[in-house]
Design a protein around this ligand. Structure first.
Ligand SMILES: Cc1cc2nc3c(=O)[nH]c(=O)nc-3n(C[C@H](O)[C@H](O)[C@H](O)COP(=O)(O)OP(=O)(O)OC[C@H]3O[C@@H](n4cnc5c(N)ncnc54)[C@H](O)[C@@H]3O)c2cc1C
Length: 360
């Protein structure tokens, strides 16, 4: 079948690649450059997402942990294991037992894909790489293992593999409209496809609206910002904020520290950029935990992205991260999804297109 993919983020690329491997003729249209939006503005973690266990989303965690291994095995030069410390203070929202249970489950769900066993370090025994935490009320810290990636480079690596296998990629090509019968109109021309896969991330619903195609799915657009600050750290930290119970990461990042992220609802008309309030929030989060505080002058750069979360009527923090796939005529739309699990998302898109082929 002739398949068009709209969107050159990681989900578009992995969908295109999966479809091509199943023998379809695939063209991908990206209005900017590949990995130019959300997929290069992530926290750069390949992970199961410890906090999704709290929401009972065991499947999301299981898939993330196993997909993490897939990326690490395929692209070791763009991925690496990272140790994270989760400090436990007397004011923490979760007790030691609850955290130990969560981390044990995290290790067990990873099975053979586990990168290392979690551990507990009492305050007097904390290793040098976990130093710098404020001592007041500190009981100790858990350590656990996840992985970091260079999201933009890893996404381009995947796009190169897809291109090598025969996916045709058109950058700087805005898709203006799509139709249920497979017609796709770009800034350059119009053509007809057997299937169109709308995987435009935060813009997926807007493209349907502009095309007059109905959808049951509402997207909850939630901006997340990061600071890059001029501190070198060896290990990462998962910081459970006492003020709102959110988890903020401080991660090693090219000899600097990446601090993120935030959750701010936004519309597509607003600029996707870190606001003054978010800068303050992240500086405060860091300074709540570390003795050597940081200020505005320590921020080297900031970046932001918009999570396309499938709206279930919950708070931004509690919305599930999994994807929803919707079919309307010859248009397959994909909403949501995580970077880590984009390969699985691509497989599911290819299976959906396969079913369309059988029924046509
Ligand atoms: C702050 C933040 C932190 C995150 N951290 C992590 C993490 O650590 N680990 C993890 O696994 N996940 C993380 N995620 C989630 C992950 O980054 C996203 O789920 C994923 O990148 C979404 O990819 P996508 O391809 O769907 O969207 P995008 O990367 O946004 O790609 C969509 C593309 O479609 C293009 N497009 C839109 N409309 C059109 C059109 N009409 N015509 C042509 N092209 C169009 C856009 O230009 C864009 O390039 C994070 C997300 C955010 C926001």
């Amino acid at each position: 079948m002739r398949v068009a993919i709209v969107g050159g983020g990681i989900n578009g690329v992995m969908s295109a690649w999966a479809l091509r491997r199943r023998g379809h003729e695939v063209a991908l249209f990206e209005r900017g450059v590949l990995m130019g939006a959300t997929s290069a503005a992530s926290s750069k973690l390949l992970h199961g997402g410890l906090r999704y266990l709290e929401q009972g989303d065991v499947r999301q965690v299981y898939e993330g942990l196993h997909e993490r291994r897939w990326w690490m095995q395929r692209a070791p030069m763009l991925t690496r294991r990272v140790e994270l410390f989760l400090p436990l203070y007397s004011h923490a929202p979760h007790g030691r037992l609850a955290l130990a249970a969560g981390l044990t489950a995290y290790d067990l769900l990873a099975g053979r894909a586990r990168l290392g066993r979690h551990g507990w370090w009492s305050r007097g025994r904390m290793p040098e790489r976990a130093s710098g935490l404020k001592p007041d009320g500190l009981r100790g810290a858990f350590s656990y293992w996840d992985a970091q990636m260079d999201d933009a480079a890893l996404g381009r690596w995947a796009a190169d593999r897809a291109r090598d296998d025969g996916v045709v990629i058109h950058e700087n090509t805005d898709v203006l409209q799509i139709a249920r019968d497979g017609e796709l109109r770009t800034t350059h021309d119009a053509s007809r496809f057997d299937v169109i896969v709308n995987v435009a991330g935060p813009w997926a619903r807007a493209l349907l609206d502009a095309s007059g195609i109905a959808s049951h799915t509402q997207l909850d657009l939630v901006r997340g910002s990061h600071l890059v600050v001029n501190r070198a750290i060896e290990a990462g930290f998962a910081l459970n904020l006492p003020s709102d119970g959110r988890l903020v990461f401080a991660l090693p990042h090219h000899g600097r520290t990446l601090v993120g992220t935030t959750e701010v609802r936004q519309t597509l008309d607003e600029p996707i950029a870190c606001s003054v309030a978010e800068r303050e929030y992240l500086l405060d989060a860091y300074n709540t935990f570390f003795v050597n505080g940081i200020g505005e002058a320590d921020i080297e750069t900031t970046f932001a992205g918009v999570r396309p979360l499938v709206d279930s009527g919950k708070s931004a923090h509690a919305q599930r991260r999994g994807e929803t796939i919707e079919v309307e005529g010859r248009v397959v739309s994909v909403f949501g999804g995580k970077w880590t699990t984009s390969r699985l998302l691509g497989e599911r898109v290819a299976a959906t297109v396969g079913r369309l082929k059988e029924s046509s």
